[in-house]
Design a protein around this ligand. Structure first.
Ligand code: GSH
Length: 204
């Protein structure tokens, strides 16, 4: 059995989406987390994540953390879902590159943008520009980031883009991509299972 340690409207929401895309049998354990943007919530002793964060995925005796690692773990575990790329396949290099890129380049670049650090910092600006260039290069080829096939990369990148839409350039191409992926039945189901953010967080 798979158990996802999850907090509503957080980085673990994209793993709910991925699990729904896979059609896996899984449980959700809703946990509290500290939410730095509102200063609310706190570490939950029920959460298996070593840093009290989400996502954490428990499978048999193992616990997987880090969103990109969780995505890779799940798509390797369920190859029949066709959302990853098998080791040794022609697409594997691109697949693992995209997953590592989300954590190593995209997230830091977007946090720089969101926090305002990018403004006036040429290094942070260059990183953000490189991320946008790679993203739009892939979208121009489309229809998905890895080409013809929807993959876990679209879940990872697409969910982040949708969450922080205003931090990307105005672009009908990006809007069309987001509409294409966000309307998927698995994402609609994931949104229904996501859960409610505690009232104290909403009010903050
Ligand atoms: N690099 C981690 C980041 C996980 C993370 O920071 N999750 C946030 C929720 S969006 C969290 O749990 N924060 C709680 C805290 O910082 O204590 C990943 O991608 O899984």
């Amino acid at each position: 059995m798979l158990t996802l340690f999850h907090a509503p409207q957080s980085r673990s929401s994209r793993i709910v989406w991925l699990l729904e895309e896979i059609g896996a049998d899984y449980d959700i354990r809703y946990v509290d987390i500290f939410r730095s943007m509102t200063g609310t919530g706190g570490r939950d002793p029920a959460n298996l994540h070593p840093d009290g964060k989400v996502p954490a995925l428990a499978h048999k005796d193992a616990v997987v953390t880090e969103s990109a690692a969780v995505a890779l773990y799940l798509t390797d575990l369920f190859p029949e879902a066709g959302l990853g790329a098998a080791a040794g396949s022609a697409e594997r290099a691109a697949y693992v590159t995209w997953l590592a890129w989300t954590a190593g380049e995209m997230e830091p670049a977007y946090w720089g943008k969101i926090s305002g650090q990018t403004d006036g910092d040429p290094v942070a600006q260059a990183r953000y520009d490189a991320v946008i260039a790679r993203l739009f290069g892939a979208l121009e080829r489309g229809p998905y980031l890895m080409g013809e096939r929807f993959t876990a990369v679209d879940v990872m990148v697409g969910s982040a883009l949708a969450w922080g839409r205003e931090y990307s350039p105005d672009s009908p191409l990006l809007d069309a991509y987001l509409a294409r992926i966000m309307d998927r039945p698995a994402n609609v189901m994931a949104t229904a299972r996501d859960g409610d953010v505690p009232e104290a967080v909403q009010a903050a």
